[in-house]
Design a protein around this ligand. Structure first.
Ligand code: HEC
Ligand code: HEC
Length: 455
C-alpha cells in the first residue's frame, strides 16, 4: 500500500520555509525530487511526533518504552540543535542522558562495545509506561577550579560530579561507571557519512609516529545490518521484515565516542536506548532480566515498533538536512588562520573532499583523542578508552547557539558554558594547543572566539 505525501509535503515544506529564519538546521538540502521529498517529510514527522504507549489506536507510532527517556527525538535535539543540561525550570534536562557501564572486561558485550550495568542496562531511563517504574533520576554537583585563561586573566571551570537517585530496581553494581552525555546537534550527518574510510584513516597516527603529541585513532564498531538473504528469514510468519545478519566492524563516526558508524545505526540505537522502540536492527525491548514489569508490559501489535522503511525515512531526513555555510570573509579568514596557527586544526580538520567532488568544512577528523584526566569519564566504548573522545565537528555553532539563546553547553557532558571554557578543558593530546590559546593576546583570542561562534 503506497501512500501519497507529495501534495502535503510541498505544503508542509513551504510553510516551514516561511516560518524558519535564514539559518536553521531543519531545511532540506535542495533540490530533492518528489519522492525524496516524500521520504524527507515522512522521516521528519517520525522525528518530531510524540510516540505513545502500546497498545493504542495509532499503531503507526505506538510502542514507546516500556522504559524510556523521552517520547520524541526533538525533545532532546531541539530544532535539530544541541540539547541542554538544565531546563528552564532549573532541573536537569532530559536531553542529558546518563550512560551506564561496569568496569568488567569479562561481561563486555562485543556488539555494544562495553559491559552494561546488570540491573539497569546501558542507560538510565527516567520514564516508564503505565505500571512500569522508571529506573531512577540523574543528579549533578560541581567542583570548581580557577585556571589561567589568557596572559593576565583567569577563568573558573566547573567539573560535574555525576550521580543517580530514586533508584527503583535496587542498588547499582558497585563498580558502575556513570557518563552524562548531552545530545549533540544533528549537523551534516549525511556528509560525514560520505567521508571515505581512507580519508579518515589518513589522519590516524595511533603511536604518534610524527611526534607532534597528537595521535588520533579511529573507533572500530559493530554495525548491525539487515540480512541480504531472503531465504533465511526466520521470523517470516506475518510480517515482511528480514532478520539482521551478523554485525560487521566499521569505522565509528557518530556520538561522543564515535560508537556508531552509520546514521541509520545511530537512529535505530536512539530509538532503542532513548525511546524504547524496537526495530529490525535492535529487535529486543530494552528491559534487563530483573525488570519484570518491563518484560511483561503490553507490546505493540506489529513485530517491530519501527519497521525498516520508517527507520530509512528518519535516516534519510537526517542525512538530507541543509548544512550551514559561513561567509568566508576577512574575519573568517583571520580566525581560521589563528585556528591553524595554534594547532586546533590538527584535530578539528577544517576541510574534507568527498568522493562526489564536494568540499565540506566540518572541523573534525572523526578520530578519538586522549583528552586527559580532567575530561575522562572512565567509560570504554569499543576501542575508545575512558579518556578518549571523538573530535566533535564544530560546524553549526552559530545556529544551535541561536536556538538555545546563546546558552550552549559544550563538551560531552555539557560542563562548558561557552566556547572558551571548552578550550580551557582541553588537555592530554590537546594540551599544547590549549597552552597556545592561553598565550595569545586578548585581541587574537577574541578573533578566534568570534570565528568559532560564527561557524
Ligand atoms: C533522551 C534524549 C535523546 C533522545 C530522545 C534522542 N536522542 Fe539522539 N542523542 C542523544 C545523546 C545524549 C546523544 C549522544 C550519545 C552518546 O554520545 O553516547 C545522541 C546522539 C544522536 C546522534 C548522533 C549525532 C552525532 O553528531 O554524533 C543522532 C544521529 C541522534 N542522536 C538521532 C536521534 C534520533 C533519530 C532520535 C529519535 C529516534 C533521537 N536521537 C532521540 C540524546 C537523545
Ligand atoms: C588533540 C585533538 C584536539 C585539539 C588539538 C583540539 N581539540 Fe577541540 N576537541 C577535541 C575533542 C576530542 C573534544 C571533545 C571533548 C569532550 O567532549 O570531552 C573537543 C571539543 C571542542 C569544543 C566543544 C565542541 C562541542 O560541541 O561541545 C570546542 C569549541 C573545541 N574543541 C575547540 C577547539 C579549539 C579552539 C582548539 C584549539 C585551541 C581545539 N579545540 C583543539 C579535540 C581537540
Amino acid at each position: 500500500m503506497r501512500q501519497r505525501y507529495s501534495y502535503l509535503s510541498v505544503l508542509a515544506l513551504s510553510l516551514t520555509t516561511v516560518f524558519l529564519q535564514a539559518g536553521d538546521l531543519q531545511s532540506p538540502l535542495s533540490p530533492l525530487g518528489d519522492s525524496e521529498l516524500d521520504t524527507f517529510v515522512l522521516g521528519r514527522s517520525f522525528f518530531r511526533t510524540p510516540w505513545v504507549e502500546a497498545p493504542s489506536a495509532t499503531t503507526a507510532r505506538d510502542g514507546l518504552g516500556p522504559l524510556f527517556s523521552a517520547n520524541t527525538c526533538i525533545s532532546c535535539h531541539p530544532k535539530n540543535g544541541k540539547g541542554r543540561v538544565y531546563s528552564d525550570s532549573g532541573n536537569i534536562s532530559r536531553s542529558l542522558v546518563t550512560r551506564l557501564s561496569i568496569d568488567n572486561n569479562k561481561s563486555r558485550d562485543e556488539k555494544i562495545g562495553f559491559a552494561p550495568e546488570p540491573t539497569y542496562g546501558s542507560q538510565l531511563s527516567i520514564n516508564g509506561v503505565y505500571g512500569v517504574p522508571y529506573e531512577g533520576k540523574p543528579t549533578r554537583e560541581y567542583s570548581y577550579k580557577v585556571v589561567r585563561a589568557g596572559k593576565d586573566r583567569n577563568a573558573t571551570l566547573r567539573k560535574p560530579i555525576y550521580g543517580v537517585k530514586d533508584l527503583r530496581y535496587g542498588e547499582m553494581s558497585k563498580d558502575t561507571i556513570l557518563s552524562q552525555r548531552v545530545a549533540p546537534a544533528l549537523v551534516g550527518l549525511g556528509l560525514l557519512e560520505q567521508i571515505s574510510d581512507r580519508e579518515i584513516l589518513k589522519n590516524e597516527d595511533i603511536d604518534d609516529r610524527d611526534g607532534d603529541g597528537i595521535s588520533g585513532k579511529a573507533n572500530r564498531v559493530y554495525t548491525p545490518r539487515k540480512s541480504s538473504s531472503k531465504s533465511s528469514n526466520i521470523h517470516s510468519t506475518n510480517h515482511k521484515e528480514e532478520p539482521i545478519s551478523h554485525p560487521t566492524r566499521e569505522i565509528g563516526r557518530f556520538n561522543w565516542k564515535a560508537s556508531a558508524s552509520k546514521v541509520k545505526q545511530q537512529v535505530a540505537g536512539a530509538m532503542s536506548n532513548d525511546m524504547g522502540l524496537t526495530s529490525p536492527l535492535y529487535p529486543n525491548e530494552n528491559c534487563t532480566h530483573s525488570q519484570k514489569e518491563c518484560l511483561s508490559s503490553p507490546k505493540g501489535r506489529d513485530r517491530y515498533d519501527v519497521p525498516m522503511r520508517r527507520l530509512d525515512a528518519v535516516s534519510f531526513y537526517l542525512k538530507h538536512l541543509k548544512v550551514p555555510k559561513t561567509d568566508q570573509d576577512q574575519d573568517y579568514r583571520d580566525g581560521l588562520s589563528l585556528f591553524k596557527q595554534i594547532e586546533c586544526v590538527s584535530c578539528h580538520i577544517s576541510t574534507f573532499k568527498l568522493e562526489s567532488g564536494e568540499t565540506i568544512h566540518p572541523f573534525s577528523d572523526l578520530l578519538l583523542h586522549d583528552m586527559g584526566d580532567g575530561l575522562a569519564d572512565g567509560r570504554v566504548e569499543f576501542q575508545a578508552t575512558g579518556s578518549e573522545f571523538r573530535t566533535p565537528p564544530l560546524w553549526g555553532i552559530s545556529i544551535y547557539s541561536d536556538i538555545l539563546g546563546g546558552r550552549v553547553n559544550f563538551l560531552h557532558d555539557g560542563r562548558a558554558r561557552g566556547v572558551e571554557e571548552a578550550i580551557l578543558w582541553h588537555s592530554g593530546e590537546a594540551e599544547r594547543s590549549k597552552v597556545n590559546y592561553r598565550e595569545l593576546s586578548s585581541d587574537k583570542q577574541k578573533i578566534l572566539i568570534d570565528f568559532l561562534e560564527r561557524l
